[in-house]
Design a protein around this ligand. Structure first.
Ligand code: SAM
Length: 284
């Protein structure tokens, strides 16, 4: 697969963002797990994971989905988790070791150009990662070639901030200071968020039997300050808009976010609703 300098540069920038976030993902990993497990369940269903399968987890990060998949495919199956960020993968490897999984391995690679034998995987999953590809349709198309005929791929992304308080609250808090400007296209995680948009990309990439479903979930945190810490450290899209602001504007954004999320706090626990989208398709 040919690759342009622009795509290489875009991946390097995405990688740098996630290297920077990796320590915070390691620290808040149990809360990320509790936020995202309903998506893992839907991804496993969308990709029709079962015992004995060989699975690729694209953009595995700290390995949560890969470890879940490793349990589903049992010891007769195996999982390869790939990610651009070696720093994120470090946590994934540590977790696999602590949990005693022998059927999962991790390697640094970019999903959209991953060099593997064609038709070598039974299923592919990607939890909140494929929308970072420099060219989403080209990346999905490449992944399809790695699937056996009839194999399913399943990817998750976020629904738009308007219907997704976890992202709507910070977006509204930032709006007066960023003038509502979204980041450059390649870093806008919502560019395929609307109903049917990612499904269309999957079809353009050659997948059949494409399904598109929404999943409700909750972001938990032990208090408003912890919620803020997770947001400002774990969300690369938020950080990229927040960090360049003046100290005064940063303070105003923080106060606005804290005020909004305090309505979701009960007995010291914050529980903010979120909505994800899971899109799946078959390689023919
Ligand atoms: C939002 S995090 C999700 C991590 C993990 N899948 C999860 O749900 O916990 C996005 C991850 O995708 C990875 N990523 C972004 N672009 C990628 C690419 N082209 N190839 C592989 N990984 C990529 C990032 O490095 C990061 O670890």
């Amino acid at each position: 697969m040919s690759d342009s300098d622009t795509n290489i540069e875009k991946r390097e920038r995405v990688q740098a963002d996630w290297d920077e976030a990796a320590d915070h993902w390691a620290r808040w990993e149990p809360y990320i797990h509790n936020l995202l497990w309903p998506v893992s369940v839907r991804l496993a269903a969308g990709a029709r994971l079962r015992a004995g399968m060989k699975v690729l987890d694209v953009g595995t990060g700290t390995g949560d989905m890969a470890l879940f998949a490793a349990g589903v495919v049992e010891n007769s199956g195996s999982v390869v988790g790939i990610d651009l960020s070696e720093d994120m993968l470090q946590t994934a490897r540590d977790r696999a070791r602590v949990l005693g999984f022998a059927n999962v391995s991790f390697e640094q690679a970019s999903g959209d150009v991953f060099a593997a034998d064609s038709q070598s995987f039974d299923a592919i999953v990607g939890r909140f990662s494929a929308f970072f590809f420099p060219d989403v349709v080209a990346g999905l198309s490449h992944l399809r070639t790695l699937l056996k005929p009839g194999g399913r791929a399943s990817f998750s992304l976020w629904t738009p901030p308007e219907v997704n308080p976890v992202f709507g609250i910070p977006r509204d808090a930032l709006a007066p200071f960023t003038k509502g400007q979204q980041e450059a296209d390649s870093f806008n995680p919502f560019r395929h968020s609307g109903p049917g948009l990612f499904a269309t990309a999957m079809k353009e990439a050659g997948y059949a039997e494409v399904t598109d479903e929404e999943v409700g979930l909750y972001q938990f945190a032990p208090g408003c300050e912890a919620y803020w810490d997770i947001l400002v450290k774990v969300s690369t899209s938020f950080r990229k808009q927040y960090d360049p602001l003046s100290e005064k504007d940063q303070h105003a954004v923080k106060q606005s976010v804290l005020k909004q999320i305090s309505q979701y706090e009960t007995n010291g626990i914050v529980r903010v609703p979120a909505r994800a989208r899971v899109v799946s398709g078959t390689s023919t």
